[in-house]
Design a binder for this molecule. Structure first.
Ligand code: SAM
Length: 231
């Protein structure tokens, strides 16, 4: 990772992040996560703030997150919600889920946020079977080989206008290697094919550099009938 990427990230974060009401809870969550030995694979501070801004821009009241870790991105996203909003976040590992619950409690978010522990695919199927109302904003950030099925389930939990974001779609540039034997790269490649081919969606993706290295994210919106030019 280039030193300048890190320095610029710090420069931008010092100026644009840190005055949010949840700033202290975010720092405390990161500290708790590192002390518990969780890998530092949470979104960066700027990425978290960007997620919060995108959720606010979309007017989200109901957010679904796939991949909680210790709840760092969850706290950012919950900061976009009104007092009667709802956020469900899905996490496989019991230890991560428990830590996230503690971090969310400390942030005063336990009433707004539900951490569901288990394989995300099972939880998504439960949400669908329970007739859960559509979400306004969905953040996909778990096991990348499953991104294609997560997208399919996300669409079933969406409405026209729902925003879907996926993290880590560039993978240091490996995404262009069609022969890659890394199932995460192949999962992302299939996911991007789906995003581009599905007429229910309009999507774009951006490469990013920063303190977390070279990667990128995809943003999609579920189209309404007026966007379907085939009609
Ligand atoms: N969104 C988090 C943040 O920025 O703070 C980071 C999430 S981390 C990149 C990915 C998380 O997905 C890990 O905590 C991992 O345990 C979880 N995960 C992996 N496979 C999963 C699965 N099948 N179902 C649910 N969660 C899964």
């Amino acid at each position: 990772m280039k030193r300048i990427w890190k320095d610029v990230d710090r420069y931008l974060e010092e100026r644009l992040c840190g005055s949010e009401p949840e700033a202290e809870a975010l720092d405390a969550a990161l500290l708790a996560n590192r002390e518990a030995g969780l890998p530092a694979i949470d979104v960066s501070r700027s990425q978290g703030k960007l997620l919060q801004l995108l959720a606010r821009l979309s007017g989200a009241r109901r957010v679904l997150e796939i991949g909680t870790l210790g709840g760092y991105s969850t706290i950012w996203l919950a900061g976009a919600l009104p007092a009667d909003g709802r956020l469900i976040t899905l996490e496989l590992e019991a230890e991560h889920a428990e830590l996230a619950r503690g971090n969310l409690r400390r942030a005063g978010l336990e009433r707004l946020v539900e951490v569901r522990q288990g394989a995300a695919l099972d939880s998504l199927d439960e949400l669908i079977a329970d007739g859960e109302k559509p979400f306004d904003f969905i953040f996909i950030d778990a096991d990348k080989p499953n991104n294609p099925v997560y997208l399919e389930r996300a669409l079933r939990l969406s409405r026209p206008g729902t925003v879907i974001i996926a993290d880590n779609i560039v993978r240091g540039g490996e995404v262009v290697d069609g022969k890659s034997t890394d199932p995460r790269v192949q999962g992302i490649r299939k996911f991007l094919e789906q995003l581009g081919a599905d007429r229910r969606l309009s999507a774009a993706a951006l490469q990013t550099v920063g303190g977390k290295g070279y990667d990128g994210f995809a943003v999609a919106i579920v189209n309404g009938l007026e966007q379907d030019r085939s009609l």
